[in-house]
Design a protein around this ligand. Structure first.
Ligand code: NAD
Length: 506
């Protein structure tokens, strides 16, 4: 029998007891993994174990895929009308709303993100996303095509089948969390009629497991959603190389994205969509509203502790305002409160894990070694938990690792530029292309620059803005396909063309 996770929250922001089973979720049941092993879940605020959850295996993935296929063939897929899918998804959104405080508290505990952000951005964004796609479930439609007089030709947008979904521990932009990543994946897949085998990150499984309880409560038929907690090289690899998984949707690092694509190619050539990393430029022209640019730039790089795929980690500042910007930006950075994720005034909590903490500290060290100047931060805070001071480097050059590689922590570089041509060249000089931001009060310059940046999202006078209706995804090595909005439906439908002979004889 899988263990029950029980926790009494007694924080200013949330008081209450939570208690739920922590098994892998297959065919509507919680059960132990086939090897009866578990994974420890660590609280990043203290570095101590919170609980342990069942560790799934490749064998469990096989069982989950069979359950998903059976559900697809009998109660979901082409057997469940869109209205029914829509009703169940709306119920799930309502249950998430009822349990919003609990979901946010679990994210704060497990991920280290602040309770306020978890509740008002992640959980609120997740509910919005499931509601948005509930609205689409009965509106998936094809087209009719004009061909010849004696033929009727039309397309059907059918579900793909059993889809595998592998998600990270953070989130993407304005929101960041397991619960949000899960909503982005479940929403369009369920709306289009697919069944699902999902793997959350081994670092942050709690909200994903809690969501399974809500999925049961909402009344989804068993097998429509299956969630296997476990490691990437076992469960994740089993999903992406499975011969009976028809599609894999992945969010995570570019490194693992490559492995997913390779596994798909070597198995059944399953359809692949990837949401990967970034090294996003944030461009601040001389004529920007300086105070606003400073505030947004800080939000762009330090929000969610810098663990944001679209973090504005390369801040380009035009030479006329460079000194003043840097002065104000370092002051702003020093003012950000780092600490207990449950405290109402905390801006930045701990990094998610010891591995991630060590990785970020090694990037900081590499910046120092390479001769970059630490303007502010550059060290850990305290000795317990995984807290890092928000850090800004200057005096960098394009060959440095801190300029080229995704750090995924509260570490930004500030770079001076001359004019538009210069900054576009520098901004596009990366293998990534997830997002970019431009700050200027000149509309023509804003739009021209936004159009020339090689990025899937361009923000003008803001950063990290996302909406369920608006597609999100990357150019270049930041990904393949788009999440959110109507665009995400393309990831989860297969187009069938039907030709009907209206009487033409051979
Ligand atoms: P990660 O790539 O290490 O892990 C992501 C998921 O893949 C986890 O569930 C992990 O267990 C699994 N995995 C690991 N190895 C695997 C393998 N061989 N086969 C199959 N699955 C495997 O990423 P992370 O550290 O969890 O998250 C941070 C990364 O995610 C960053 O690079 C970030 O930019 C990216 N990200 C991108 C977006 C986006 O929308 N573009 C959103 C969030 C995060």
């Amino acid at each position: 029998m899988p263990s029950t996770f029980t926790h009494e929250f007694n924080a200013h922001a949330f008081k209450g007891k939570v208690s739920f089973s922590t098994g892998i979720f297959v065919n509507g049941q919680f059960q132990d993994g086939s090897d009866n092993t578990t994974i420890d879940v660590i609280n990043p605020t203290t570095g101590k174990v919170i609980t342990s959850v069942s560790e799934g295996t490749a064998k469990d993935v096989d069982v989950a895929v069979d359950a998903a296929q059976k559900a697809y063939d009998t109660v979901w897929g082409l057997n469940a009308p869109g209205t029914q899918r829509s009703i169940l998804m709306s119920k799930l959104a309502a249950l998430m709303q009822e349990n919003a405080d609990e979901l946010a508290a679990l994210e704060a505990l497990d991920n280290g993100k602040t309770f306020n952000w978890a509740k008002n951005a992640d959980v609120a964004g997740s509910i919005d996303c499931i509601r948005y796609y509930a609205g689409w479930a009965d509106k998936i439609s094809g087209q009719t095509q004009e061909t010849t007089m004696d033929k009727l030709t039309y397309t059907r947008h059918e579900p793909i089948g059993v889809v595998g979904q592998i998600i990270p521990w953070n989130f993407p932009c304005t929101y960041i969390s397991t619960v949000l990543m899960m909503a982005w994946k479940l929403g369009p897949a369920l709306a289009c009629g697919n069944t699902i085998v999902l793997k959350p990150s081994e670092f942050t499984p709690l909200t994903a497991i809690r969501m399974c309880h809500l999925i049961n409560e909402a009344g989804f038929p068993p097998g429509v959603v299956n969630v296997i907690t476990g490691y990437g090289h076992t469960v994740g690899n089993a999903i992406s190389s499975h011969m009976h998984v028809d599609k894999v949707a992945f969010t995570g690092s570019t490194l693992v994205g490559r492995k997913i694509m390779e596994a798909a190619a070597k198995s059944n050539l399953k359809n692949v969509t990837l949401e990967l990393g970034g090294k996003s430029p944030n461009i601040i022209y001389d004529d920007a509203d300086l105070e606003q640019a400073v505030n947004w730039a800080a939000f762009g790089i330090f929000w969610n502790h810098g663990q944001t795929c679209c973090a504005g980690s390369r801040i380009f500042v035009q030479e006329g305002i460079y000194d003043e910007f840097l002065k104000r930006f370092t002051e702003k950075t020093r003012s950000l409160k780092v600490g207990d994720p449950f405290a109402p005034d905390t801006f930045q909590g701990p990094q998610v894990s010891e591995v991630q903490f060590n990785r970020i500290m090694s990037y900081i060290e590499s910046g120092k070694q390479a001769g970059a100047k630490v303007e502010v931060g550059g060290e850990r805070i305290g000795t317990e938990g995984y807290f890092i001071k928000p850090t800004i480097f200057t005096n960098v050059d394009p060959s440095m690792k801190i300029v080229q590689e995704e750090i995924f922590g509260p570490v930004g570089v500030v770079i001076k530029f001359k004019d538009e041509e210069d900054v576009i060249k520098q901004a596009n000089d990366t293998v990534y292309g997830l997002a970019a931001a431009v700050f200027t009060q000149n509309l023509n310059r804003a739009i021209n620059t936004a159009h020339k940046l090689k990025a899937g999202t361009a923000w003008i006078n803001c950063v990290n803005s996302l909406h369920s209706n608006v597609p999100f995804g990357g150019f270049k090595q930041s990904g393949i396909g788009r999440e959110l909005g109507e665009y995400a439906l393309n990831n989860y439908t297969a187009v069938k063309a039907v030709h009907v002979n209206l009487g033409h004889k051979m």
